[in-house]
Design a protein around this ligand. Structure first.
Ligand code: GAR
Length: 205
C-alpha cells in the first residue's frame, strides 16, 4: 500500500507514521510522499531526514478545487493509494474525497463529535470537560466528521491549559494513529453506515 501524508506544520504524527512504516509495523506499506500546503512546515525537513520525498504544494491564491487537483496529481503520479492527514489544516474538496473514497484518514485532538475544527484542545478547556482525547477517523466532505476508527480518552486536571492538554493528548496521538493505520491496512473491517466495525471489536481505547 503506497501512502501519501499531508501536513501543514510540525509533523510529529507524520514522523510517527513514517517510522512505523519503515520499521515494518505496517506490513506491505510504503510512504511514497509527504506533501505540505505550507513552505514553512517543520515536518518537511523531518520527512527528508527519514528518507521520504517531501514537497510543497502551496495554495497560491487558487481555489480549494484547483489546489486539491494539484495535490491529487502529485499523489496519483506516485501511485499513492491511501492518504493520511497529519495536522493538515485545510478542508478537502468533494473531488479529493471522491478521488480517494474511504482511503483518507485523519487524526483530530478531541473525542469527536465534540470540538471539531481549529483549537480543539482550547475548546475543550473552555467548555470545562473532564475528559477529552483524540480520534482517528475516515475523511468525508464535512469537517472532522467521517466514520470513527479509534478513540482514546485523556483525563483533564483543573490545572490543565490548552498547551498542557495538547501535550497530554499528543502523547497518545502517535500510537493511536499508527495502530489505526495498521488495522486499516490489514483490511479486517467493514464500514456499516457511520460505524467502522473490526472483526475483533478493536476500538483503540
Ligand atoms: C495534532 O494535534 C493533530 O491532532 C492536529 O494538529 C496537530 C498536528 O501536530 N490536527 C487537527 O487539529 C486537525 N483538525 P503534528 O503536526 O505534530 O502531527
Amino acid at each position: 500500500m503506497k501512502i501519501g501524508i499531508l501536513i501543514s506544520g510540525r509533523g510529529s504524527n507524520m514522523s510517527a507514521i513514517v517510522e512505523a512504516v519503515q520499521s515494518g509495523r505496517i506490513p506491505g506499506s510504503e510512504v511514497a510522499v509527504v506533501i505540505s500546503d505550507k513552505k514553512s512546515a517543520q515536518g518537511l525537513e523531518k520527512a527528508k531526514e527519514r528518507g521520504v520525498e517531501a514537497i510543497v504544494v502551496a495554495r497560491k491564491g487558487r481555489t480549494r478545487e484547483q489546489h486539491d487537483a494539484d495535490i491529487i496529481g502529485e499523489l496519483k503520479n506516485r501511485g499513492v493509494e491511501f492518504v493520511c492527514l497529519a495536522g493538515y489544516m485545510r478542508l478537502l474538496s468533494k473531488e479529493f474525497v471522491q478521488a480517494f473514497s474511504n482511503k483518507i484518514i485523519n487524526i483530530h485532538p478531541s473525542l469527536l463529535p465534540s470540538f471539531p475544527g481549529l483549537d480543539a484542545q482550547k475548546q475543550a478547556i473552555e467548555y470545562g470537560v473532564k475528559i477529552s482525547g483524540c480520534t482517528v477517523h475516515f475523511v468525508d466532505e464535512d469537517l472532522d466528521h467521517g466514520a470513527i476508527i479509534t478513540q482514546k480518552s485523556v483525563a483533564l486536571s483543573d490545572e490543565d491549559t490548552a498547551e498542557s492538554l495538547s501535550a497530554k493528548i499528543l502523547q497518545h496521538e502517535h500510537e493511536q494513529y499508527v495502530e489505526a493505520l495498521r488495522r486499516i491496512a490489514e483490511g479486517k473491517y467493514e464500514i456499516i453506515g457511520r460505524r467502522v466495525v473490526f472483526s475483533d471489536n478493536f476500538s483503540g481505547s
